[in-house]
Each structure stands twice: as structure tokens, then as C-alpha cells.
Unconditional design. Sequence first.
Length: 578
Amino acid sequence: MSDVLNLVRPGPQLLAAQNSAKANGSIGATFVDVGREAGLNAKTIYGGEHKNKYLLETTGCGVAFYDYDNDGWLDIFLVNGWRLEGFQSGEEPTSRLFKNNRDGTFTDITVKAGLVHHGWGQGVCIGDYDNDGFDDLFVSYFGKNVLYHNNGDGTFTDVTDKAGVGGNGKRWNTGCAFVDYDRDGRLDLFVANYIDLDLATAPVPESGPCLYKGVMVACGPPGLKGGKNILFHNNGDGTFTDVSESSGILTANGTYGLGVLTADFDNDGWPDIYVANDSAPSALYQNKKNGKFEDIAVEAGCALSPDGKPQAGMGVSAADYDLDGNLDIVKTNFAGDTPSLYHNTGGANFEDRTFAAGLGAHTQYLGWGCGFFDFDNDGWADILICNGHVYPEVEQLKTEAGYAQHKLLYRNLRNGHFEEVTDIAGPGITAPVAARGCAFGDFDNDGDVDMVVNTVNGLPQLLRCDSTSGNNWVKVKLIGTKSNRSGIGARVSCVATLPGESKSHRQIDEVRSGGGYFSQSDLRVHFGLGKAEKVDVIEVRWPSGQVDTLKNLAVNQLFSVKEAAGIVSAKKFGGKQS
């Protein structure tokens, strides 16, 4: 293992704590599903419950932690779906917006907000595309996408047609992300596409027959025509222009696109775009800084499995898990395979560390939503993987892990390795569900990171993190001026002195739209600090090139940072709201 994994070497005390965590049966946090008691009572409908005719019925929906009203408390937007047979008038499922009541409960305000919409919902991403101070909402669909303008008064206006981002109504749009790819201060929009599917001519299970371990299932994606990804350029007047062809996105090899991740993987100050592809090499669109992109995934080492084979990629997330200054990638894959952990060695060159890092032990699960997040606030990014089979028909098989599956939680051992701690992470992790999208954020403002999970034909999960570590943390909310108002694409670094570590502890993260599997996490950047008593330095590198440096900050606070102006507010959170 290279020295780059040991830039910050744990001292003897930390190593002892690492080795004893699982032996002691405690990881410093427990996850509990509080979704029902919180009021998340809307079932997500997606395809047939026990049998699927088309692949369309299998992908499920994303979810967003989304502070739509700027009150400092994360609200929740749950994408919903449809069924082949349709619904009677008045019984149609709709995506839903739940307002955070700031007491651990949520209220469904979908109708009042003007967000009722029906169809095969897929992904969700947020960003303030018109820089008016309120983050807007984009939802991808099989069919026509929808862009909602946030009016700032608790209501939304469907501006899809005016903006020109609906598509032709015949595409299978999936993961999405707002990204200012040309750094002009206006958010552009990337939308992945899965398959060019026409239900009138699509193959049915009997036509192949299409079999999974002897059981007849929905056909595809192999044998079906892959979709082409889309890049929309923001014109600055409320409209967008499709620049997929001129930017090079259309001519790249990517196909069967699902999860979308934006990040500056080569540290050149320009956002790149990674797409997890199903049954095909994943794509890494490197930003060439002139309005064009080039897919470099194969040569970069993040397109294939360790033995050089395409994988069935689903969700994807980024973090600097070993503190070497480069953003690494975790990707979820199909059953019979492991997740993928791509370690960034610098300059967007990756090495597959899945097995070396301890993520290669399970092949029985099928991964969807995922994320790097620091569940114990020790300053090192951990990994969550949400699972659930794609075919409800596997209920007939005794050899499979089931249609509903439990999650996998991996604790960062701070030496390039992870320890699976699923069994001692609490019922929110171990309870089996048919999971799809997952978002991360501190919904109760108590300083630890919670999750919300969308499921297939079930109620969502709200996984509250009940921390017992006593570790400190800091959050940063960005307000762009010359850069886009949401601060999307800004890189934030946090330097602190952690007791027991031999060098300064430097973490990095970026404000990111979209990510995971079809989902949107909190735009506030969160850093765990262990037992550090202050933050030495927070540095913000904005998309405009502006760099703001903040020194000697108190821990356990949310700092709002305005571009070129510095800290405009500091808020110390209270105790857990439950």
C-alpha cells in the first residue's frame, strides 16, 4: 500500500480505538427509522409488487434533503412513480414535499406548494438556476422532465416548457445534477439517460425468455438500445440550450446511465462528471475548460471491475476518504458483484481498492443508493450502501438474499481500510427493505448526519443518527455572489488539530447537486472533527476563482459564508429534536 494512504497517521490511542470498536459492540452511533412517527406516510409506488413486465418497473426513485424555504431546517422531497395499468382519477401517486416542523415531524405540503405531478419519476436534484436566493427543483422522468421554479413564498411554478429542459417526452431520463461546467456563474444541467424504451415494442419476459437464475424476469438492459446523456447550458434568461453534441457528451461512449456525480477529480478547478452505467463501462467526462468534455474513464481506471469487465453500476458518491487531497469514488453494483472503491491517486488517476480496503466480502446484495458520510464525526468518511434486489420475482428463490435487503455500513479505520459494522449499527441499518435512492443530511440539526431512503412499493425510511461519540463537528453553508448562488462546485477544506494524530487533519469536500442514486443530499458541507476544540482554517475555493479563508472558528456551529465577504452568520445548534 502506498504512502499516500498514510498522510495522517493515527497514533497508538486511535489505533486501539479502531481495533476495539466492533469488539466492544459500539460504533458511537445508532440508526433508528423514525419515518412513520415523523409523518412520512406516503407510499412510493413503482411498478408491479410481485412481478414486473418491463425493466421500467425496477429502477425506483430518488429522494432529496432540500431546505426549500431557507429556514435552516432540511425538508424532504420524495420522488414517486407509476404502474403500467394506471390509476383511477384521484388515486394517482405523486411526488411529495414534506416540510420540516422543527420538532422531529414533517407535514405534507405538496398540494399547497403546487408540486402535484404524475408519472414514472426517477431522479431529483436542486440548485438555484436563476440566482434569486431560492434553490429550484428538477425531477427527471421516463418521459418528460419537470423543472420547478421556487417562488420563495412556499410555492413552485412549473417552468419546464419555458426553460426547454423537458426533453422530447420519449426518453428515459435518470440521474441528474446542476453543475456550472463553464464557471460563468449560472448553473447548467446534466441529465443521464438509461434506455431508449418504447413500451409498445419493448420485449416482455416471455419473448426471450428473459431469465434470472431460471426465473422469468423483465428483459434488459443488454439487448436494448442505450440512451444518450444530455447537457443543458443555462442561457441566463430562464432558458437552457441543449449542448450535448457540441460539448462532446453525445459522442462519448456512455450508455445505460444511472447515477450521476459531479466533482473536480483532477484538482484543476473545473467540475468533471462521472456516470455509473449499467452493464457498460462507467463514464468520466473530464472538463476540458473550453465547453467540451472527454470521456477518460477507461484510461483513468474508474470504468471497469478489477478484472477489466463492465459492471452494472447504480449509485455513486465521492469523498477524500484517506485525506490525501484527492476525491475518491464509491459505486454500487448488481448482485453477484462487489461495490467498487476507486482510490484517486491524483490527476484523476484511479486504482481499484475494493478488496484491499475491505469492501469485497459481499456479493449477495444488490446496491443502489450510497454515500460517503462521517457517521461518528471522527473526521474520516465512512460508507453506507443501500440494497434491494431489482426483480421482485426473486422471492421465489431460496438462494438469493431476498428482494428486501439490509444495508451495509462501513466504518473508516483511518488507514485506508474499512470495517463492516452493519450488525451493530441499529435497526435502521439491519431492517430489510427494497431500497433505491438515499440522501444524507442533518434533518434535526443536532450535529450528526441522518439519512432518508426511498423504497420500492413501500414507505420511505428516515434514519435518525443517535450519536454517542461526543465528537465535535462544523457545517458550512455557502452563498455565491459572482459564483452561482447555491455555491455548487465550490471546494471547502477544513483543517483542525485532532488529539492523537501526528499531523494537521485536512478534509475536503464540495457543494454538490445530485449524486448517490437519483438523489440530492444537504447542500451544507459537514465535517466531523473528533475531539478537536476548534477549527484552525476553513478555506473556500469558489467556482469564480475567489478564495475565502476563515481562521480559528468555534466547533459545533453552522457558518454561512458569502463569497468575498466571509462569515455572515454563525449558528450553534441545540440538542436533538425527537
